[in-house]
Design a protein around this ligand. Structure first.
Ligand SMILES: NC(=O)c1ccc[n+]([C@@H]2O[C@H](COP(=O)([O-])OP(=O)(O)OC[C@H]3O[C@@H](n4cnc5c(N)ncnc54)[C@H](OP(=O)(O)O)[C@@H]3O)[C@@H](O)[C@H]2O)c1
Length: 336
């Protein structure tokens, strides 16, 4: 299968929501599903990218099937607005594909009091998944595909410093949010009477990703490495397109490229998943309530505050090392 020639869909058109669908892998999924006849709701923050996507969908014969909702998904309030807009337009959602992410070389705290990478890469996925669960439950075969880094065992949740106030790096923030997404899948799939299949999918090092937030040298290094070692976007998203058509029967599935991972992987620990779910409920409640007291209080100004740290210039190189190292993620077994 390729991005330009997706296999014909067999069933009736689906309603597919793609967070981070204006660029990279999410964009490829959005276009491919629209070409197959699905109604696609794309979430992204950049209006020009959204307009270009709609125009390309029209040229590809999918006029009117891509609807872009502009939103800054690092904001919980924006995620809530997006959920309301989707509920107003659609009586059901068949698939939620989660791609939105952006690297942040500096530590930034959102106006809701969360470290921005954690907010965008993890909390948004938590809020969208739970918020759209009632619409997903109306589908005959609902699925959430969370595209992150399952199979990677590096990094972890800083339980006593979720906002990474004591030490911040781009890599630590990405790894923390990635591990949080692994635990999100475990907790979501374990909900009682949950009809939604949850898939954690690691695409591997792929020729996508907005490098503009990174320093020049890191961008050059990453582009060079990507030209040599990264997968084409079409290859990376092919399993996602199939998962939308044909969700697994198991409540939770973890896939690292073509390999199905054992759910005994230590990053999928059910006790950690319960713990993070409880912490996240409290964080979201605090952010939506009186302010951001759930973690440490910040300056309380309500404005995004950037830590005074110097930019972490070593982070991109370590991020690159992490990406290449992930090509042989430990603890995985071949797909059945
Ligand atoms: N590329 C890789 O090698 C690789 C490897 C392993 C895992 N992954 C994971 O795969 C996923 C997709 O990666 P990708 O390479 O396709 O990324 P990408 O090309 O950088 O696309 C990221 C998407 O996220 C959206 N986004 C960023 N900030 C946002 C915000 N504040 N609000 C709303 N949307 C926002 C972007 O849209 P706007 O610009 O419109 O905001 C864009 O559509 C990510 O979770 C990534 O961690 C990637």
């Amino acid at each position: 299968m390729s991005e330009n020639h997706p296999r014909p869909s067999t069933g009736k058109p689906k309603v597919v929501v793609v967070s981070g669908g204006t660029d990279g892998m999410g964009r490829a999924v959005a276009l491919a599903r629209a070409r197959l006849g699905d109604e696609v709701v794309v979430l992204g923050s950049n209006p020009e990218k959204g307009q270009r996507l709609v125009a390309e969908a029209e040229q590809a014969g999918a006029r009117g099937r891509v609807h872009v909702v502009r939103a800054d998904l690092s904001s919980i309030a924006e995620n809530r607005r997006v959920i309301r807009e989707i509920a107003a337009r659609h009586e059901r959602v068949d698939a939620l594909c989660l791609f939105a992410n952006r690297q942040s070389p500096q530590r930034v705290v959102t106006p809701e009091g969360l470290e921005r990478t954690f907010a965008l890469y993890y909390v948004s996925r938590y809020v969208l998944g739970h918020g759209l669960a009632p619409l997903l439950a109306r589908s005959a075969s609902p699925v959430i595909v969370n595209v992150a880094g399952v199979g990677t065992t590096a990094g972890g949740i800083r339980w006593d410093d979720l906002r990474l106030e004591r030490s911040y790096s781009t890599v630590a923030a990405q790894l923390q949010a990635g591990r949080a997404n692994d635990l999100l899948g475990v907790a979501f799939a374990a909900r009682p009477d949950n009809p939604v299949r949850y898939v954690l999918y690691h695409p591997g090092f792929t020729r996508s990703g907005d490098l503009t937030p990174l320093p020049w040298a890191a961008r050059v290094a990453l582009r060079t490495a990507a030209a040599l070692a990264a997968r084409p976007v079409a290859d990376a998203v092919a399993p996602v397109l199939e998962l939308v058509d044909d969700p697994p029967t198991a409540a939770l599935t973890a896939i690292d490229r073509g390999r199905r991972l054992p759910l005994t992987l230590r990053t999928l620990d059910p006790a950690d998943a319960d713990r993070l779910a409880a912490v996240t409920r409290a964080l979201v409640a605090a952010a939506e309530g009186s302010g951001h007291e759930a973690d440490s209080p910040g300056d309380g100004s309500g404005a995004a505050d950037t830590a005074p740290d110097v930019p972490d210039t070593t982070a991109p190189a370590r991020w690159l090392g992490g990406q290449l190292g992930e090509i042989t993620a430990p603890g995985s077994t071949p797909a059945s």
